[in-house]
Design a protein around this ligand. Structure first.
Ligand code: HSE
Length: 308
């Protein structure tokens, strides 16, 4: 095989209480890539299609950095040409850099006859997150590669848990069209938390995980509170209070910032409720004059896939 086309989905990270730990894959939105092998020993990135203005310098582009690290490890001497098609706007909070990073790691592994394990692919994809945001977090790249709902139990050593997803669980993600760079929304965070807040937070993580295992929608909903990160970041998101209040009034189980924002996710029981929440929060965003996109999706059990 000399050429491959692949896709990796957008994702919602943190899921309120699980900063840098929890994430799930979305359906119907993501980044696609075409990678062709050659014997130049060089990595070339062609002009990027889709929204955003990303660098095509392989040292400044997540796909280039990951391709270089993987080819170095494989010791093949081969080069690659990369054509990336963005379906996700960078700085949206929908795991844009993670989708590009994951699809690159996945596609190169396939193209070179699968020399790496899935855990190693997550580690390569984390290099992209480091370039984009300054830290190697895996809460977006794990679901973008593996699909479903994942938890990073440990970073060192990397230990990822695949969680079950209740069959009626839907996500509604509203993306107010402003750009919020992950690096900025990480820089504003405090480096220390009080024991009182930490206790509340890990109680919610336990509740959310338990709710996923037992199909307990009400427990999932009442666990979706972030006492640590959201109070600091939400001020960066116009309409956050109004949108989350309306989502809850419309029957969402709970809601919060998607990744580092500005997108806001809601979890809902059933498609009908998801549609209702989407309609109501869309009306709020329109009233506030906020340009937006809305994505309603089941949590995708599929992560990165081959397209051709
Ligand atoms: N956990 C990350 C953050 C996700 O909130 O900064 C965004 O990439």
């Amino acid at each position: 095989m000399n050429k491959i086309k692949a896709f990796a989905p957008a994702s919602v990270a943190n899921v309120s209480c699980g900063f840098d730990v929890l994430g799930f894959a979305m359906s119907g939105i993501g980044d696609a890539i075409e990678i062709e092998k050659n014997d130049s020993g060089e990595i070339t990135i062609e002009p990027i299609m889709g929204p955003g203005t990303l660098s095509t310098d392989p040292k400044k582009n997540v796909c280039g950095v990951i391709a270089r690290a993987m080819l170095y490890k494989i010791e093949s001497g081969a080069g690659v040409t990369i054509k990336l098609t963005k379906g996700i706007l960078p700085g949206s909070g929908l795991g844009s850099s993670a989708a590009s990073s994951s699809v690159t790691a996945f596609a190169i592994n396939e193209l070179f006859n699968k020399p790496f394990t899935q855990l190693e692919l997550v580690q390569f994809a984390m290099l992209g997150e480091e370039l984009a945001s300054g830290t190697q977090h895996a809460d977006n790249v794990a679901p973008a590669l593996m699909g479903g709902f994942t938890a990073i139990r440990s970073y060192n050593p990397l230990d990822i848990i695949e969680l079950p997803v209740p069959s009626e669980l839907f996500s509604v993600v509203i993306h107010p069209k402003i750009e919020l760079r992950t690096k900025l929304s990480r820089d504003v965070l405090k480096k220390q938390v009080t024991l009182k807040k930490a206790i509340k937070q890990w109680g919610n993580v336990a509740g959310l995980i338990s709710g996923l295992y037992t199909d307990n929608y009400e427990l999932i909903g009442r666990s979706l509170t972030d006492y640590i990160v959201e109070p600091i970041r939400s001020v960066l998101i116009p309409g956050f209070a109004e949108i989350t209040q309306k989502a809850k009034e419309s029957g969402a189980l709970g809601c919060g910032i998607s990744g580092s924002g500005p997108s806001i996710f809601s979890l809902c029981q059933g498609e009908q409720n998801a549609n209702k929440v989407a309609k109501e929060i869309g009306a709020v965003a329109s009233k506030l004059d906020l340009p937006f996109d809305i994505h309603i999706s089941k949590i995708s059990s599929t992560g990165a896939i081959i397209l051709e």
